[in-house]
Design a protein around this ligand. Structure first.
Ligand code: SF4
Ligand code: FES
Length: 371
């Protein structure tokens, strides 16, 4: 079968970040600032991405605003013909920067909140004052004429406030709100017991999202990603390995997904030494779980193997130690029972933050997290 063309590029411009979220999706070992790809290298990557058929780029991090050349990079991506989306915490996004980004051709901004409640937002972000700075950033984005999406990561401590999250997004002038449950890879797996909701919480949240969509159909698009630990079938993670997207780390490594480095024994090629086309078509990592030849039973002969592609490879490796195993979210996996045990073992408890400073500052608030 011919290799499909990728559609999306996630450009992790930096791992620097002013926040310390307990579910951070950055890898456990962060790339150092002095080795980040420079403006010229990123601009070449954007040109190569467009030539490969990629349609959109997400400028992400860490916190992409930590890059002084962000407006230049936005312009380079737009000039390459890519739809350009900025994913930011909002910290550091002033009116002048929002206007400069709009002038550079940026198409869209996503601002992440940790919660609709200011105190809990700042507690989870590990930074006091973060909530009000995010609100101010959202106002700057709207005033600059850029379309806005609000992202909020949902977990045990805030899953009861989904209605307030949608209200917050509408107040800020967003056209879309993305309410996505924590994915338990990387740093989030350290906090899984504190973050996992109960089954009744999840059922209530699903019903609430359905009611909110109905109520606000004309006003805001509500996208929701429920926690897959409670599902019978896994998600088609990344739309299938090596089928739709490419992640580039700050150092220039090309990954099939943001968590791929968590799988032992993978070989990732760098955009410093290879073209994006060469990486997409020929690198060992992108070919490791493409198609279905790599699958084991029950996936190998399953009618859904071209629908969910066996689920998430990173989750299979994290939970079973075998990256070729079915994602344990699948009820046909022999490891499926472990998810119910992990859910039963969850309970409110302090988070493990990414920095000592954040732990000291936020520990009293975290102890009060809601069940
Ligand atoms: Fe998907 Fe594999 Fe489960 Fe079939 S057995 S539904 S392919 S994870
Ligand atoms: Fe890596 Fe799902 S996060 S395949």
């Amino acid at each position: 079968m011919a290799t499909p063309s990728p559609l999306g590029l996630l450009a992790e411009l930096t791992h620097r970040c002013p926040l310390a979220c307990p579910y951070c999706s950055n890898p456990l070992t962060l790339d150092a600032v002095e080795y980040e790809l420079d403006t010229t290298a990123w601009s070449r990557v954007f040109d190569e991405a467009a030539a490969l058929g990629i349609l959109h780029v997400h400028l992400s991090g860490g916190e992409p605003l930590a890059r002084r050349d962000l407006a230049t990079l936005s312009r380079a991506a737009r000039s390459a013909g890519l739809y350009t989306n900025l994913i930011t915490s909002g910290l550091g996004l002033t009116a002048a920067k929002a206007e400069a980004l709009a002038a550079a051709g940026l198409d869209h901004v996503q601002i992440s909140f940790q919660d609709s409640a200011p105190e809990q937002n700042d507690a989870v972000a590990g930074r006091s004052g973060a909530y009000s700075r995010k609100r101010a950033a959202a106002e700057c984005v709207v005033r600059a004429g850029l379309p806005l999406t609000i992202n909020i990561v949902v977990h045990r401590g805030n899953i009861g406030r989904i209605g307030e999250m949608v209200t917050l997004a509408m107040e800020l002038g967003a056209g879309r709100v993305e309410i996505a449950h924590v994915q338990y890879y990387g740093w989030a797996s350290k906090n899984r017991a504190a973050l996992l909701p109960t089954r009744p919480q999840v059922e209530d949240a699903l019903a609430e999202v359905a009611a909110l969509r109905d109520r606000y159909r004309e006003r805001i698009a509500i996208d929701s990603v429920p926690p897959d630990y409670f599902a019978r079938y896994p998600k088609a993670c990344m739309g299938g390995w090596g089928r739709r997207s490419i992640n580039i780390t700050p150092l220039g490594k090309a990954l099939p997904c943001h968590a791929a480095e968590s799988i032992d024994g993978m070989e990732f090629w760098s955009v410093r030494e290879h073209s994006l086309r060469d990486i997409w078509l020929h690198s060992p990592a992108f070919n490791a779980f493409r198609g279905s030849d790599w699958m084991q039973e029950p996936c190998a002969t399953c009618a859904r193997r071209d629908i969910d592609f066996g689920g998430c490879r990173c989750q299979a490796f994290l939970l079973t130690g075998n990256a070729r195993a079915p994602d344990p979210v699948c009820h046909l996996s022999r490891d499926h029972g472990m998810l119910a045990k992990l859910v039963d073992a969850a309970s409110p408890q302090p988070f493990v933050f990414r920095s000592r400073r954040a732990i000291d500052r936020q520990a009293p608030l975290m102890m009060g997290i809601q069940t």
